[in-house]
Design a protein around this ligand. Structure first.
Ligand code: SF4
Length: 465
């Protein structure tokens, strides 16, 4: 009987089975950032411990960094303290850091792949839920908490519960105006936000096979929003072509040897799955969330629920509609937006900015909308500027910022105010996620955010392109 990629990578990295039944896994790459590391490094210092494998640890700054005014010291004392602590910790413990001013800086899940640190067959951990992004390369990548960050720094190992595997095959052809973001939102809408608990999601099918690495990263990124601990795509020629020539990828003959090994860790054709789901791509439409979790979504031409739909939880629907200020059964298209945010580790790569720029070009942001584009990394920013995308956005009335998490989580100066409604290319629409306790988030693709920015309301992007 064949094995899945998850089983192969798990077995290769297993140190032992712990008395708790958990697996002690060796972690091939530990990515760190400023927010989930200060206490972890403090714990090491108190015990006089070293970082076990600084050569397998890499840091950057993203969550709390300002994206507009970056002169040091920052006005925000907490941000200054956190960044300074990471700089000091990386220096003291011999860990590589792509800090502010380094042209490798950016959101941790954007820079790992673009630097070639992320590779097939690896186990990867990072103190951020959306570490599942790296699964796009055929890695098994976990988001972890601060105490686990400490454990990985100290031992390069993690205690993990074994996972089942659900294969999700997306087959057919995506209609025009439907993007990878719509695919993952549709998957979460259909399966629910907790169906993935205890599972790894293996994304497959001809749509996924045709996807670029940027698109695969978008769907793996949001696996966690469907409850799955990890999401992955089997590595193939698209993966290898992306990695070739990246700074930390193997080169020369080592690259050819790596490709042979990377190929071998893909799921076997006779692998057995704990569950198998098929999504028909041709039936998908651009999707918008209407509620307070990423599963509460509808097609842009549909109406928000009333709570009386079969299988609906009337209390949860009523609570979400009340928070969002929506009437039961109201169309989502035409809902006024105050802010448009293109960014986050889900959708801030060059291809995302290109798609959004196509919608924006020759148009202007609606007068009542504040619109910002926050590239995922310094390298994405530079590449976009070389193509003139920054000018397209600026001329349309967008703000063009420095790389960081920005309005994905409201931990830096980019926050919603009051009960503003934000069309956002990020990954979480939880209550208060974007920095205001009453702020309202509508998740959608970057092209849909661009459409909402220029019309001032939720708009079917297919009408504009
Ligand atoms: S963009 Fe959002 S989800 Fe991604 S790493 Fe930053 S805070 Fe986490």
């Amino acid at each position: 009987m064949g094995k899945t990629l998850l089983q192969k990578v798990w077995d290769l990295h297993k140190v032992r089975t712990l008395p708790s039944g958990q697996t002690q896994l060796f972690i091939g790459l530990h990515l760190i950032h400023e927010v989930t590391t200060p206490q972890a490094f403090d714990a090491l210092r108190q015990r006089g411990w070293k970082v076990a494998r600084p050569d397998r640890t890499f840091g950057t700054v993203d969550h709390i960094v300002p994206t507009r005014e970056r002169a040091r010291p920052f006005l925000d004392v907490l941000a200054e303290d956190m960044i300074a602590a990471l700089e000091r910790n990386c220096r003291d413990f011999g860990v590589r850091l792509a800090g502010l001013g380094d042209d490798r800086q950016g959101i941790v899940h954007v820079i790992g792949p673009e630097l070639g640190l992320t590779q097939p067959g690896m186990t990867i951990a990072c103190g951020d839920s959306h570490t599942s992004t790296h699964g796009a390369f055929g890695a098994v990548a976990f988001g972890i908490g601060t105490s686990q960050v400490r454990d990985v720094l100290a031992s390069q190992c993690l205690a993990m519960e074994p996972l089942k595997v659900r294969r999700i095959r997306v087959n057919g052809m995506l209609p025009a105006g439907v993007y990878a973001k719509d695919v993952i939102l549709a998957i979460i809408q259909r399966l629910g936000v907790s169906a993935g608990v205890g599972f790894a999601y293996e994304f497959a099918g001809d749509v996924v096979e045709r996807m670029t690495m940027d698109e695969r990263m978008t769907i793996c990124n949001m696996s966690i929003e469907g409850g799955a601990r990890v999401g992955y795509v089997n590595p193939d020629r698209t993966t290898f072509d992306y990695l070739k020539g990246r700074p930390f990828a193997p080169s020369g003959e080592a690259f050819d040897r790596a490709v042979a090994w990377w190929t071998s860790i893909a799921s076997d054709t006779d692998a057995v799955y704990d569950d198998d789901v098929e999504i028909r791509a041709g039936e998908l439409t651009p999707i918008v969330t209407w509620g307070v979790n990423p599963g509460q979504s509808i097609g842009v031409t549909a109406a928000v629920p009333t709570g009386k739909e079969p299988g609906a939880d009337p209390t949860a629907v009523a609570d979400a509609l009340r928070y969002m200020g929506l009437q039961p059964g109201a169309p989502i298209a035409g809902l006024k937006v105050d802010v448009a945010f293109i960014g986050s580790c889900t959708n801030s790569r060059l291809s995302d900015l290109r798609e959004a720029a196509k919608v924006v070009q020759g148009r202007h942001v609606a007068p009542h909308v504040k619109a910002l584009v926050v590239p995922g990394s310094a390298q994405v920013k530079q590449a976009a500027e070389r193509e003139g995308l920054d000018e397209i956005f600026r001329q349309a009335g967008f703000e063009w910022r420095g790389a960081g998490c920005s309005m994905c989580l409201g931990m830096n100066p980019d926050k919603l105010e009051g009960n503003q409604v934000c069309a956002s290319s990020s990954n979480r629409n939880f209550k208060g996620r974007q920095g205001s306790p009453t702020g309202r988030t509508l998740l959608m693709s970057p092209a849909m955010v661009a459409a909402a920015a220029v019309t001032g309301e939720v708009t079917d992007v297919r009408e504009l392109v």
